[in-house]
Design a binder for this molecule. Sequence first.
Ligand code: ATP
Length: 329
Amino acid sequence: MAAEKRKMKRIGVLCSGGDCSGMNPCVRAVVRSAIYYGIEPFAIYRGYQGMIENQIKPMCGRDVAGIGNRGGTIIGSARSQEFLTKAGRKKAIKNLHAHGIGGLVVIGGDGSFHGAEALCKESDVLTIGVPGTIDNDLEGTDFTIGYDTAVNVALDALDKIRDTAASHDRIFFIEVMGRHAGYIALEVGIAGGAEDVLIPETSSDVPGLAKKLVEGRAKGKMSSIVVVAEGDEEGGAFEVAGKVGKLAQIPARVSVLGHMQRGGIPTAADRLLASRLGLAAVRELRAGNSGVMVGVVSGKIKTTKLCNSWESHRKVTPELLDLVKILSI
Ligand code: ATP
């Protein structure tokens, strides 16, 4: 086997970019899978920045006990400006070599995978990506780790806002995360019975929305919820509420959910996905593979070249857009 040829003895795991719920069970899965296969696992704290600063420590099975149900990541995550430079990456690679680390698992989003790709090109360290981001915007996996939890956290908040909206006959604009991707907004909107969902992938019709809200009131709809992804081209929830308010002459309330969407106890779906992908990543390293992301497509583990994971942003399915329109009549 290729791994035996390369004598893979030690691997590192790091979390990078925005944190998300499910990173912990993934770290646990990588550490324990490595131990199972006789490979020594190392945690690299604070992502690529920790790799540059040599924050690298050996892990044992007990170090990851009881973390599977905890949000965030016990090994920290970071964004690193220094890693964007060749000099920074050179320092990081030197530290990996000093620890005898021949394989790396990078849990993160597309930015982190660009870093992983650079490592593949500039070093002999085998590198595997695991999709960990609330955005669910990577090709090569049906879901990214953290997405399901983020949707459920946001939906819980929407349901609570619905209570007050219904009691006071109010229109609420709820802003959810998604600078470039509208998946959270779309699924939360459908599950929460939103009047409309505004996302970056489609052009938003503000006059049409204003008209719909006025007509809804005339039909007897006294409370309405509009979900806005933060990156919508019409602006965030405050901007959209302002524009719609002017046209419709209906007072509206705004709630920006913000960082709460990154936290929370990982859902069963996220824990399972994180566990499966952690094991899959270790198996890829054992097989001597590098430069790929592991994902789950139609229930099965699949690998995708790192560069293909971010090249075309996943498109939202027309079926989901239809659901919003049809179910909000
Ligand atoms: P999220 O989707 O949650 O934002 P992400 O992985 O996309 O996660 P980024 O902040 O875009 O998060 O990237 C994380 C880190 O990856 C950056 O801080 C940087 O250190 C590294 N990185 C990003 N792009 C590159 C690149 N082109 N070359 C080398 N490293 C990169």
